[in-house]
Structures are given as structure tokens and as C-alpha cells.
Write a protein that binds this ligand. Structure first.
Ligand SMILES: O=c1[nH]cnc2cc3nc(NCc4cccs4)[nH]c3cc12
Length: 373
């Protein structure tokens, strides 16, 4: 255990890297996938179950927690780790992205954003300074800069103006964050799909200096090909000895392609959210348990999976409890999906460590059928 925050780069294999982020609340093995715990819970999962899937860190959403139950209340109750009974590291986002996608009546200025809560219409304000204060009150280990993510498609002028605003907000975030040993502040690269804008953003962030660097502005509808084209150059614009975090990604093949291009950390609601809709991710591809073809199938979701759903239940049972809208359906399918995503990360960490990432990636693609399984 350490009182500091540090990133140890381990093995590299092409552009792919493995490593460990040391924090006072524990180590994070990279490449890492962070389950999303939006309202102080990874939906349908007990914290001990999230840990059992292999997750070393989870993500909390500032926007949701500031509205309900409020950061001040969580602080009074001992902070987010205590509140949600998760003692390992937590990364919180800054709230900016979700304000723009969830809140109503938003007013954006150089100073920050005012908006009305999507829950009860109450008025709220976010800025670099307020976001840093909220994330401090929550007690998160990794704090994200307050930024603006432009909706795509956007023209170059819009991308440039938005990126430059985010860089001014990054400087204000750094200033407001203060000196907090054992805690980390991550900057967020913007610039859309424009290589020169990405370069300008990376230079601005490096001049300020952060403990980690996120790649923002992607996974907002550009599609996998355009995202990978950007990831072919964006990660190496960021410091080689600091964690690189790709926000909001993604499907298993997005994740593999991002790790291949030098990304160390990712988060996505996909495994948990889709688990609740019956969508199941396996090494052989995707299936939806809702489909009638599973009604009499005695096999597990995935013969090779060791999660509780696959060890103890048939597809027929999972089909039944999903159709019956039983709570255990969300529990088992979420557990399975999160387990599979962590198994994917572990497989890549080992493959990179063994210098056989390409072989692992080839096997990953080979065993995935095109259609349902
Ligand atoms: O530039 C960003 N800045 C701060 N947070 C983000 C979160 C992000 N999440 C996605 N994609 C996943 C999505 C979640 C909801 C709508 S898209 N892309 C993202 C980009 C950013």
C-alpha cells in the first residue's frame, strides 16, 4: 500500500502496454476496465460481487450524485467509499458530459454551466471549481477535469473553440484541485477527429501537468472506424509514463482495439446496462436471452465461463427469469457481463506480459461468431 499515486509501466507489446497504478486504496492493474456505479451503486450488483468479477476500480458520476443525495450529504456520511461500501479506488467524472446529455435548460458560459435537474427541475451550477469541490467531497481517488465534449459531427471551428475552452477549464481545474497527495487529477484531451487539434490539446495538457490523461470526445457516435483512426495517433501524443484513459468505451472489440493502440483504462455502461436488457456478452459473441430459442436450452450462457450465472444456471432458466422480469435476472446477467469484461482485460494483461498480444487478438476475433450464438 502506498500514500502516493503512481503508475508503473510494465510490459509493452507493440503499442499495447500493461502496468499497475498504485493508490492509497489499492492497486489498479492495467489495461483496466471500470464498471460504472452511477448513483453510488453498480446497478443490480453488491460491491463484493463487483470485486469478485475482478474490478480494481469503479466509476462514479458527479452529475447524478450532486443532484441526489448531494456531495455534501455523502461527505457528512464519511465519503463515497464508506457510503457505498467500496473500499477500492473510485474514479469520478466531472459532471460536464452528463449535464450536456441529461440536464435541461442548460446555459454554458466561460465560467461554467447552469442547468435544471432532470430529477426535480431544481437549479444547479457546475464549473471547474465547483466540480473539483464536489469530487473532493465525494472523496474519489481519481478526479476528472471539468471539460466540454462537443457533439459530433461538428465543424473545425466548433471543435477548436470547444477544445480551447476545455483547455482553459483544465487549467482552472488544476488550480482548484490543489495539493492532494494520494489523489490524482486527470486531464482530458479534446479536439474531435482533427489531428492538429488533438496535438494542440495534448500540448496544452502536458504544459499544465496531470497525473493521468484521458482521451475525450470519442465514443459519441463517430463509429468504430473513425474512433480507431483517431486512436492510431492520439494516445502517443500523451506522456508515455502516465495512464491513458479512453472515456466511455465500449463494446469488447472496441476495448481490444483501444488497448492495441496504447489505451490503459476504459469505462462503459454497456455490460451492466445491457445485462438488464437481456444482452449477454460471451467469448463467442453476443446473444439476447429474451429470444424464445433459449426457452428449453439446458446449457450455460458460456461453457467456459466460471461466473455464478454460468456455473449454476441454464439459458432456459435465465430466459424464464428475464421474461418474468425477476430481479435475479438483472443480477445474474450483469454479473456475467462484468465478469466477461474483466476476463477480457485479464487475458490482454497476460498476453501483453507474454509478448503475444497479436496471437491473443487473433484468437479473440476467431472465436466470435458473426450472428447470435
Ligand atoms: O469527452 C468526454 N469528456 C468527459 N466525459 C466523457 C464521457 C464519455 N462517454 C462517451 N461515450 C459513452 C456514452 C455514454 C453516454 C452517451 S455516449 N464518450 C465520452 C466523452 C467524454
Amino acid at each position: 500500500m502506498t500514500t502516493r499515486f503512481s503508475f508503473q509501466l510494465g510490459a509493452t507489446d507493440g503499442k499495447a502496454r500493461s502496468g499497475v497504478i498504485d493508490t492509497p486504496r489499492g492497486a489498479i492493474r492495467t489495461p483496466a476496465f471500470m464498471p460504472v456505479g452511477t448513483a453510488a451503486t453498480v446497478k443490480a450488483m453488491m460491491p463484493e460481487s463487483v470485486a469478485a468479477t475482478g474490478a480494481d476500480i469503479l466509476l462514479g458520476n458527479t452529475y447524478h450524485l450532486m443532484l441526489r443525495p448531494t456531495a455534501e450529504r455523502i461527505d457528512r456520511l464519511g465519503g463515497l467509499h464508506r457510503f457505498m461500501n467500496w473500499s477500492k479506488p473510485i474514479l469520478t467524472d466531472s459532471g460536464g458530459f452528463q449535464v450536456m446529455s441529461l440536464a435541461s435548460l442548460r446555459k454554458l458560459t466561460e465560467e461554467g454551466v447552469t442547468f435544471k435537474s432532470h430529477i426535480d427541475g431544481s437549479k444547479h451550477h457546475l464549473s471547474p471549481e465547483r466540480s473539483m469541490e464536489i469530487q473532493r467531497l465525494l472523496g474519489s481517488d481519481i478526479v476528472m477535469c471539468f471539460d466540454e465534449c462537443p457533439a459530433l459531427p461538428a465543424d473545425r471551428d466548433r471543435i477548436a473553440a470547444s477544445m480551447r475552452l476545455s483547455m482553459r477549464w483544465a487549467a482552472r481545474s488544476r488550480e482548484a484541485f490543489g495539493d492532494r497527495p494520494g489523489h490524482a487529477l486527470f486531464g482530458i484531451q479534446q479536439g474531435g477527429l482533427e489531428r492538429d487539434m488533438r496535438e494542440e490539446s495534448a500540448e496544452a495538457l502536458k504544459a499544465i501537468g496531470f497525473e493521468g490523461y484521458a482521451i475525450g470526445g470519442l465514443a459519441v457516435g463517430e463509429g468504430q472506424e473513425a474512433m480507431f483512426e483517431c486512436l492510431d495517433y492520439a494516445p502517443e501524443m500523451l506522456p508515455v509514463d502516465r495512464p491513458r484513459y479512453l472515456m466511455g468505451v465500449g463494446k469488447p472489440d472496441d476495448i481490444v482495439g483501444a488497448v492495441k493502440r496504447g489505451v490503459d483504462m476504459m469505462d462503459c455502461v454497456l455490460p451492466s446496462r445491457s445485462g438488464r436488457t437481456g444482452q449477454v456478452f460471451t467469448r463467442h459473441g453476443v446473444l439476447n436471452i429474451k429470444n424464445a430459442r433459449h426457452q428449453d436450452d439446458p446449457r450455460p450462457l458460456d461453457e467456459q465461463c466460471t461466473c455464478p450465472a454460468c456455473r449454476n444456471y441454464s439459458r432456459a432458466y435465465l430466459h424464464h427469469v428475464f421474461r418474468s422480469q425477476e430481479i435475479i435476472s438483472s443480477m445474474l446477467l450483469t454479473w456475467h457481463n462484468l465478469h466477461y469484461f474483466q476476463e477480457l482485460m485479464q487475458g490482454m494483461r497476460e498476453a501483453i506480459g507474454g509478448g503475444r498480444f497479436d496471437a491473443w487478438e487473433a484468437e479473440f476475433h476467431a472465436q466470435r461468431a458473426e450472428g447470435d450464438i
